[in-house]
Design a binder for this molecule. Structure first.
Ligand SMILES: [Zn+2]
Length: 225
């Protein structure tokens, strides 16, 4: 997870939020509620989120759009009565992958402070204050380690070290580490490493920690001994 600065509120929310929210709160039947609720899926809102998150999941930093449409995620779940009025609140919307937002992980969950929450929000918090992006050179595993109670809750609940995600991410991080060996003498390798640290790069939090901190070089040397 990496910090994302929230973009300006889309005009369609500015113009309709009050009416949409009232219609949702007034909905008497299940069908009315469904009809009122789906306004958040407006194309303008989706486009703004895709642009803001560079097509990456707000939580796991995986690129989404080449394999899926991506979910408009309600940080405070709209299904909980106390958060229903936030269904069209711009600050409550994120882009997420189907797995992080799925029933096995975040789903409708929102742990409160006495349950180890609230979850880390990349637009409200600074993720690096709550997580370590660690790479075990021997095991070749790139893990998100919670360093605060909220960080630990978030990593566990969202499954930020789930098997498939960690395996894929670990390969990417290992490739970056090997690339860093060539970077001193190869401008193309150096450019690729710099790209990996950009906001729009997959797993940029790892790249910044490992590549910029020269941890790859040290780790590979130790591994070679
Ligand atoms: Zn995700």
């Amino acid at each position: 997870m990496t910090r994302v600065e929230r973009a300006a509120k889309p005009a369609v929310i500015e113009q309709n939020q009050v009416a949409w929210t009232q219609a949702l709160l007034d909905a008497a039947t299940k069908e009315d509620k469904k009809r009122a609720e789906k306004k958040y899926r407006h194309l303008e809102i989706k486009r703004a989120l895709v642009s803001m998150f560079h097509g990456k999941c707000a939580y796991c930093e995986s690129k989404i759009l080449h394999v899926d449409y991506g979910h408009i995620e309600h940080f405070r779940p709209k299904s909980k009565p106390e958060f229903r009025s936030l269904a069209f609140e711009w600050r409550n919307l994120l882009l997420s992958c189907a797995v992080c937002n799925g029933p096995e992980h975040k789903g409708d969950r929102f742990p409160e402070a006495d349950e180890g929450g609230p979850l880390i929000n990349p637009c409200e918090d600074f993720p690096e204050e709550h997580f370590e992006f660690a790479f075990d050179f021997q095991a070749r595993l790139a893990s998100v380690v919670g360093t605060t109670a909220r960080g630990k809750t978030t990593a566990t609940l969202l499954g930020l070290n789930r098997q498939d995600l960690r395996a894929y991410r670990s390969r990417r991080v290992m490739q970056l580490c090997v690339l860093s060996r060539c970077a001193e003498n190869d401008p193309d390798a150096r450019a690729l490493l710099e790209e990996a640290c950009h906001d729009d790069a997959e797993y940029a939090a790892f790249a910044r920690t490992l590549v910029v901190g020269h941890i790859c070089d040290q780790g590979l040397q130790e591994n070679d001994r």
